[in-house]
Design a protein around this ligand. Structure first.
Ligand code: PLP
Length: 498
C-alpha cells in the first residue's frame, strides 16, 4: 500500500514516509492509493479478539511497510491498562432501543484524541528509522486545550522523541492548564505563552519554518515533526473503533453479519468521521455517516448544499473542540469522491485559500449526500439534551456527545430511518463538568464554584466516579512553571533541546 497526495504532486510513498512527514510536499494530504478490503472471514475471526488484536488486524491493512511484530508492539503499548481505564478500551453502551454510544474517552486525558495520540507516537520513531532518518524527532504543539495534553501523554517517555507544548496563558481552562503543567515524563516540556491561541500557534509556525533553527537542529541530531490531525498516523488508528463497535454489536447479538448501521459523529476537523468513511470503504456495512455540528455549522451547510463557505462569524460554544471553521480532513473525502481528480481538489483548495469558499457542484453533492447527512445543535439544545438524556436514558453525556445525540434525534425525526445507530462519545462528562452540572442543576449550581468542586458535584449527582487522571489534579506538583513571550518561544525550544 502506497500513499499519494490529494493534490497530485510528488510521488507515491510508503506509510512510514507519510507518517514521518505528516503533510505532502505539495501541501496536500496523504491518502491510500489503492482500496483496502476487509474479508468477511477475517471479520469473523476478529470478533473474539480484544481491542489490541482488532487494532493490529486493521492497521496491518494500511501500514503494510510495518511488520506484524512492530504493529503488535505499538498497539499493545498504546492501548494498555496503564493508559486506559476500561478493559474494552472503547466500550459500546446502550442508550435506547437500537441506539448505542461508543465511548472514546477512557484514555489518559479523558477525550477521544487519546485513541489516536496513544498510538501514533509509537509509530513515529519506527517510521523515522524505516526512512533512514537518524535524527531524534522533536514534536512542537500549540494547543487551545485538549490536543496538547493528549500529545504530551502520547509522547511521554517514547524513546527517540521529545515534545514541547505551548499553551496560551489566557485561554485554557483551569483543569486543562493543570493537566499540562503537572505533566510527567523525561522528554517533555510545557510553556505558557503570554497571549492567546493565535500567538502560540503563530510562534510555533514561525519556528517550524525558521531556516536557522532547522539547520541548528539538524547539526545537533534533531528534526521537527508535527502531531496534528492531518497526519495519516493519527487517522489510521481511528478506523479501528468503527470496526470494533460493529464487532461488539455482533457479539451482543444486536446485529447479524452484514446488517447495516449508522454512525453519528460530533465533528470539528472532520478527522473522526473520515475514519468512518474509510471503514465503510474497507467493507464495514455502514449505511449513513451523520455529521453532527455545533453552531459553527459550516459542514452542515456544505453537506446540504455543496458549498463550503468559511466566511461567517466564529462562535465560542459549549463544545469548544468542535469550534472550527476549516475542516482540514475534508480534503481527503473530496479527493476520493471526485475519483482522484487532483486538479479539482487543487482548484477547490485554491478557492478556499483565496476566497474562503468553494462549490463542488451537483454531481459531487449527490455522492456526498448518498453517504452523509448533517445537522447541528446550538448551546441551549446541547444543555437540554444532556438533561433529558440523563433523566430519560440514565446516560451522562458531555457537551460534544450531546450535540451528537441531539442531531441523531433530528435525523430520526426527519428521515424516519430505523437503522441501528452508534453515537460516538468524544469526551468524558467530567472533562466539561461546568457545562454538564449547569445542564443538570441549572446556573446557580455552578456559580462561584471551582472546576474541582464541580467534579465532586457531578460525581454525587450522577453516582459515577471521577476519572483518576482528573481527580486530585490540583494536588499534583507543578513541574512546568515556564511562561514566555511569543518572541522568546524559539529560545525556549533551544533551551529544552540543547
Ligand atoms: C477533537 C474533538 C472533536 C472533533 O473531532 P474531529 O476529528 O476534529 O472532527 C469532537 N469532540 C471532542 C471532545 C474532541 O476533542
Amino acid at each position: 500500500m502506497l500513499y499519494v497526495s490529494t493534490r497530485g504532486g510528488g510521488g507515491a510513498v510508503r506509510s512510514a514516509e507519510a507518517i514521518k512527514t505528516g503533510i505532502a510536499p505539495d501541501g496536500g494530504l496523504f491518502v491510500p492509493d489503492s482500496p483496502v478490503r476487509m474479508e468477511p472471514g477475517r471479520m469473523e475471526a476478529m470478533r473474539k479478539m480484544d481491542y489490541c488484536g482488532r487494532a493490529a488486524e486493521i492497521l496491518s491493512l494500511y501500514l503494510t511497510d510495518f511488520t506484524a511484530a512492530e504493529i503488535g508492539r505499538c498497539v499493545r503499548e498504546a492501548y494498555s491498562p496503564r493508559a486506559f481505564n476500561h478493559p474494552k478500551i472503547a466500550p459500546v453502551r446502550d442508550l435506547a432501543e437500537g441506539v448505542y454510544v461508543l465511548e472514546l474517552w477512557h484514555g489518559p486525558t479523558s477525550a477521544f484524541k487519546d485513541m489516536a495520540l496513544q498510538a501514533m507516537p509509537r509509530f513515529l520513531p519506527l517510521a523515522a528509522a524505516k526512512t533512514g532518518e537518524g535524527a531524534e524527532i522533536v514534536i512542537l504543539v500549540a494547543t487551545s486545550g485538549d490536543t496538547g495534553k493528549a500529545a504530551l501523554e502520547g509522547f511521554r517517555d517514547v524513546p527517540g522523541t521529545r515534545i514541547m507544548v505551548f499553551f496560551p496563558d489566557r485561554g485554557v481552562s483551569e483543569v486543562q492548564r493543570l493537566q499540562m503543567v503537572t505533566q510527567e515524563g523525561s522528554n517533555v516540556r510545557v510553556a505558557a505563552v503570554r497571549g492567546n491561541f493565535d500567538d502560540a500557534q503563530g510562534g510555533v509556525k514561525a519556528i517550524f519554518t525558521d531556516r536557522n533553527i532547522n539547520r541548528e537542529l539538524e547539526e545537533k541530531g534533531f528534526r521537527f515533526s508535527s502531531a496534528n490531525s492531518i497526519n495519516w498516523g493519527r487517522l489510521a488508528p481511528q478506523i479501528v473503533y468503527y470496526f470494533s463497535a460493529y464487532l461488539d454489536l455482533l457479539d451482543k447479538g444486536v446485529l447479524a453479519p452484514g446488517d447495516p448501521v449508522n454512525f453519528v459523529v460530533p465533528t470539528g476537523n472532520f478527522g473522526n468521521i473520515l475514519a468512518g468513511y474509510y471503514a465503510r470503504e474497507a467493507g464495514l456495512p455502514v449505511r449513513r455517516l451523520i455529521c453532527a455540528a455545533n453552531r459553527n455549522n459550516v459542514l452542515t451547510d456544505f453537506i446540504r448544499t455543496g458549498v463550503y463557505d468559511r466566511n461567517r462569524t466564529f462562535y465560542r460554544t459549549l463544545s469548544p473542540s468542535m469550534d472550527i471553521l476549516i475542516s482540514s480532513n475534508l480534503e481527503r473525502l473530496l479527493y476520493h469522491l471526485a475519483g482522484k481528480d487532483t486538479a479539482a481538489v487543487r482548484a477547490w483548495m485554491g478557492d478556499l485559500q483565496e476566497k474562503g469558499r468553494y462549490d463542488v457542484g451537483s454531481g459531487m453533492l449527490d455522492r456526498i449526500r448518498h453517504l452523509f447527512w448533517s445537522d447541528y445543535a446550538g448551546d441551549r439544545e446541547t444543555l437540554d439534551t444532556i438533561r433529558v438524556t440523563f433523566e430519560k436514558n440514565g446516560y451522562l453525556a458531555d457537551t460534544h456527545t450531546a450535540v451528537g445525540i441531539n442531531v441523531y434525534h433530528k435525523y430520526r425525526a426527519q428521515t424516519g430511518d430505523p437503522t441501528r445507530a452508534v453515537i460516538l462519545s468524544t469526551a468524558s462528562p467530567y472533562k466539561f463538568n461546568g457545562s454538564v452540572v449547569r445542564a443538570l442543576l441549572g446556573d446557580p449550581a455552578v456559580a462561584g464554584r471551582s472546576e474541582f468542586e464541580l467534579l465532586e458535584v457531578l460525581s454525587r449527582v450522577s453516582n459515577t466516579d471521577i476519572p483518576r487522571n482528573l481527580k486530585d489534579l490540583d494536588k499534583k506538583p507543578v513541574l512546568h512553571g515556564l511562561v514566555v513571550d511569543r518572541e522568546d518561544m524559539a529560545a525556549a525550544v533551544k533551551d529544552f533541546l540543547f
